[in-house]
Design a protein. Structure first.
Length: 579
């Protein structure tokens, strides 16, 4: 296994906490693998005393394959038992086994059931139940009418008097609100027109809007028939279903805007809250979002009754078990005195809690510039704080073996716009200069542009920010040619292609996303750029990140240094070949 000088320094680390600050394409997994082999082959550490944590199953399998291949091909394999190998797991799988092996001490009467997709089923059941309740509830169709102009507003509610107060105090309809302010509350009449079952409410509201629209004008803008149930009705039924106190003007509270969308996102909101747990076990009442909190309480109750744990509990409960059982913690520390963690930048506070309990010899490898899982609870500040500790040995591997110097230089110009990051001397091994192609596009021209760019025979991937865009791209490409992948940037992380086509802001203005941190959105763009080995094509509309890397000045000194390094390396290679 060939290593450069900086990789060797990291691999030769033996004991004590250490951080390897890496760049894209710098061989992070190679360093983790090489250090494991070095501990076994050079320092005679029994393989069974080494625990390596990888980010997902695919990374686990890749690391296992590399290590076993090296061990089998080395003389070391002849002197060791074949069933002895390092433990390589995802953190969740490790936590699950820890709980299963010690379930009584973890507070379970029997080995807990594993819940995986049950939260999706419960969300679907709750949504169906709320809509069933909404269909049968008695709904008042009401009118608020100006005495002076006759102009009126038509709405629906399960609680007319409460809704009247809301409108008169601060209506959610901006036209009505302005009219009440200018004319005064006493100049408006509130009247219940009829009561109907919820399933009929939208049709009856639409009927009355048309009726009064023909006689005078109405304040209403939206067509009630655009959805099955009005937001107001769903809001009222949601509060009733989950026993949440209904407060006046709650429909104007950001927590309840686009309630259906928020209900769809409730799973991720709850799981993200669980990934922040740093003491004890998860308390659902601590969830800040009131919609998600109500669901979390019900979900956790059902899970407890079923004697089950979910994906995040595997980490939380395992950490709590080690904290509350010092003897067990010491047992595991003695069992695995050497701990390695890959993709350290993506761990959550809950993850780090468990990791820090396992070993004092933590060897972490990561790149905070590629921290793109904040929406899931990942926190790159953990890596930054760990790096700042005085007792932590620091190594840097920042030579990119994947991309051309052009790509590396421009990607560096982009990512250095982020101020809260670990500074790195990012540079390329490959001195090749090939301009990044930037092409303006619209929804009407994107198909033609893609067809042209995909005519080359080289390995190519088309990347986009969201699944929404990926669906559209797959439809487009089905009509022309299918590229070696069409995937989101998040799914592309850790992978590479000869040519990468990044499509942005043509099928929707979604880069950067407004609901995410700008620095993280810039990191997502950076990850997309650095997936390319030789050619990068950026197709799209307006995006603030494009000018950030386009305006980089060409540094002649940088290129001369790269060329000198390349020539020197070639001389060494020729000399080595002659020997």
């Amino acid at each position: 296994m060939r290593l450069d000088r900086n990789q060797e320094k990291a691999v030769n680390h033996v004991t004590g906490p250490a951080i390897v600050i890496a760049g894209p394409g710098s061989g992070k997994t190679t360093v983790v693998t090489a250090r494991i082999l070095n501990l076994i082959q050079t320092h005679n550490i029994p393989p069974s005393q080494i625990l390596a944590i990888a980010f997902n199953r695919k990374a686990v399998e890749e690391m296992e394959t590399r290590i076993l291949r090296e061990l089998v091909s080395s003389q070391f394999a002849e002197n060791t038992e074949t069933d002895k190998k390092p433990e390589i797991r995802t953190l969740h799988a490790f936590g699950k086994d820890l709980i299963t092996e010690n379930y009584e001490r973890a507070g379970f009467n029997q080995i807990p059931e594993i819940w995986t997709g049950q939260i999706d089923e419960i969300i679907a059941q709750e949504r169906t139940q709320i809509e069933r309740e909404a269909a049968n509830v008695s709904v008042a169709i009401y009118k608020i009418e100006s005495k002076s102009t006759g102009k009126c507003y038509i709405g629906q509610t399960t609680h007319p008097e409460r809704r009247r107060r809301e409108h008169f105090d601060h209506s959610s309809n901006d036209r009505l609100r302005q009219a009440i302010r200018s004319e005064g509350k006493t100049h408006f009449i509130f009247e219940v027109l009829e009561r109907v079952p919820g399933r009929e409410a939208n049709h009856r509201e639409a009927h009355w809007i048309d009726f009064y629209k023909n006689q005078t004008s109405v304040f209403n803008r939206a067509d009630p028939l655009r959805v099955q149930y009005s937001n107001q009705l769903i809001l009222e039924m949601f509060c009733q279903h989950f026993d949440i106190p209904y407060k006046e003007h709650l429909d104007r509270d950001p927590d309840f805007e686009n309630l259906r969308d928020r209900f769809n996102e409730v799973k991720e909101t709850v799981m993200r809250a669980k990934r922040q747990v740093t003491a004890g076990v998860f308390d659902p009442t601590t969830v800040n979002d009131r919609v998600a909190q109500a669901f979390a309480v019900k979900y956790e109750t059902l899970k407890t009754e079923a004697n089950a744990i979910d994906f995040e509990d595997m980490v939380i409960r395992a950490a709590n078990l080690l904290e509350t059982c010092p003897d067990l913690r010491q047992t595991y520390r003695a069992k695995y005195p050497y701990l390695l963690v890959d993709e350290f930048q993506d761990i959550s506070p809950a993850d780090f809690r468990l990791i820090s309990l396992l070993s004092e010899n933590l060897f972490a490898v990561g790149d905070d510039d590629q921290a793109i899982y904040g929406f899931r609870g990942g926190d790159s500040e953990i890596m930054q704080e760990f790096t700042d500790r005085r007792d932590v040995a620091k190594y840097e591997i920042t030579r990119n073996y994947r991309s051309t110097s052009t790509i590396v230089e421009h990607a560096r110009a982009l990512i250095e716009r982020n101020t809260q990051r670990i500074s790195k001397d990012l540079r390329a091994y490959n001195p090749t200069q090939q301009d990044i192609k930037i092409v303006a596009a619209t929804p009407e021209t994107v198909e033609t542009l893609l067809r042209r760019e995909l005519m080359s025979a080289q390995e190519t991937a088309v990347l986009a920010r969201t699944n929404y865009e990926i669906d559209h791209l797959q439809e487009i490409l089905a009509r022309c040619v299918t590229p070696v992948e069409v995937t989101t940037i998040h799914k592309a992380k850790g992978r590479e292609w000869e040519k990468v086509i990044l499509v942005h802001n043509t099928l929707g203005r979604r880069f950067p996303r407004r609901d995410n941190d700008l620095a993280e959105e810039r990191r997502v763009f950076y990850v997309a750029m650095t997936r390319a080995k030789m050619e990068l094509v950026v197709i799209g509309g307006t995006c603030p990140f494009v000018p950030e890397f386009v305006k980089v000045r060409k540094n002649i000194g940088y290129y001369l240094r790269q060329f000198a390094y390349w020539r020197a390396r070639m001389r060494l290679k020729k000399a080595s070949d002659r020997k």
